[in-house]
Design a protein around this ligand. Structure first.
Ligand code: BV8
Ligand code: ZN
Length: 261
């Protein structure tokens, strides 16, 4: 599944990353679809740019929903169905351990988990504070009124309508060309600008403004650590690369950190 990891490089890189975390008081983490790949969920660009067999513009934009809401709901209902059997993996749990180590309480600003993922697996693993930049597959909202609800991963009808006003319901996710939730984005940007160590895990760093947080961290003088089996757009912008799957690397990093003292 992944190219062989050069253990010598990885070993020294893990030591360096643990040292940086040991000296940090405020840590921020940006996760992407790669963190959930080890829970069996398809990544966004894994299959050559097709997402579960669809093009972005056909399933993840407001115009796609206006044009063919049934197709969009088929795409999101399939992803919701996949979540009924998906479980958090050791990478998710390692991030909970990091939060427990750095944050005395969830909102003390010492540890901020920022995710592009919409699968809810960080919360399922026990992460207490998760900034969901792109919304959540659990939630749906009405296109005609203020109705919004967490419907878990229950099966929805092919074209769900609002019981209050009768209008179409939509997934409460951020589609392309839509603004991110302002408060969540501001919290993420503030935490990133104030952190001393920034972990970038399982993202191709292609989607903005989320990927811009990597530059924000670097400009703020934070140590940037990227965990990914492959090099990405983020890799070219410096920082330390831990080449490998997050479900393996994150637990190793947490172990090094606790060995450190
Ligand atoms: C915005 C929806 C302001 C929920 C997502 C033209 C007009 C308008 C905007 C734009 C434009 N051109 C560009 C833009 C900006 C656009 C954008 O960035 N486009 C990209 C395609 C270039 N951004 C937006 O539109 C954003 N809004 O800009 O608003 C605005 C408004 C109007 C007009 C102008 C500006 C909104 C962005 C949010 C889009 N919604 N999701 C859903 O259905 O999921 S983003 C989508 O991509 C997913 O959420 C996904 O999480 C996210 C990012 O992808 P990744 O997580 O990085 O996943 P990917 O598959 O790419 O990579 C996986 C990585 O994991 C790989 O590196 C792989 O190597 C690694 N990996 C694999 N296995 C493992 C692993 N890593 C570790 N361990 C493993 N085992
Ligand atoms: Zn309604």
């Amino acid at each position: 599944m992944h190219p062989p990891i050069d253990t010598d490089d990885l070993d020294s890189a893990l030591d360096q990353a643990a040292e940086w975390l040991w000296n940090a008081r405020r840590v921020a983490v940006l996760t992407g679809a790669g963190v959930s790949a080890e829970s069996g969920l398809a990544t966004f660009r894994g299959a050559g740019g097709l997402w579960e067999g669809h093009r972005i513009e056909d399933v993840a934009t407001p115009s796609a929903f206006r044009r063919n809401p049934t197709l969009v709901w088929r795409f999101y209902n399939a992803r919701r169905a996949a979540l009924r059997t998906a479980q958090p993996n050791p990478g998710h749990r390692a991030l909970v351990a990091l939060e427990d180590r750095f944050a005395r309480e969830p909102s003390d600003g010492q540890f901020t988990l920022i995710t592009q993922n919409v699968d809810g697996l960080h919360q399922a693993a026990g992460s207490r504070r998760v900034l969901e930049l792109h919304g959540s597959l659990r939630r749906i909202r009405c296109t005609g009124c203020a109705y919004k609800a967490d419907r878990g991963y229950e099966e929805l009808t092919e074209l769900p309508h609002c019981e209050t006003c009768g209008e179409l319901l939509r997934p409460d996710v951020v589609w392309f060309e839509e603004m991110l939730p302002a408060e969540t984005w501001n919290e993420a940007a503030k935490a990133t600008a104030g952190c001393q160590c920034f972990l970038v895990v399982g993202t191709s760093a292609v989607v903005y403004p989320a990927a811009g947080l990597i530059d924000t961290a670097r400009d703020a003088g934070a140590c940037v650590i990227e965990i990914n089996p492959e090099a990405t757009f983020a890799s070219r912008r410096g920082g330390l690369g831990l080449r490998g799957p997050s479900g393996v690397i994150l637990p190793q990093l947490v172990q090094r950190l606790s060995n450190h003292g």
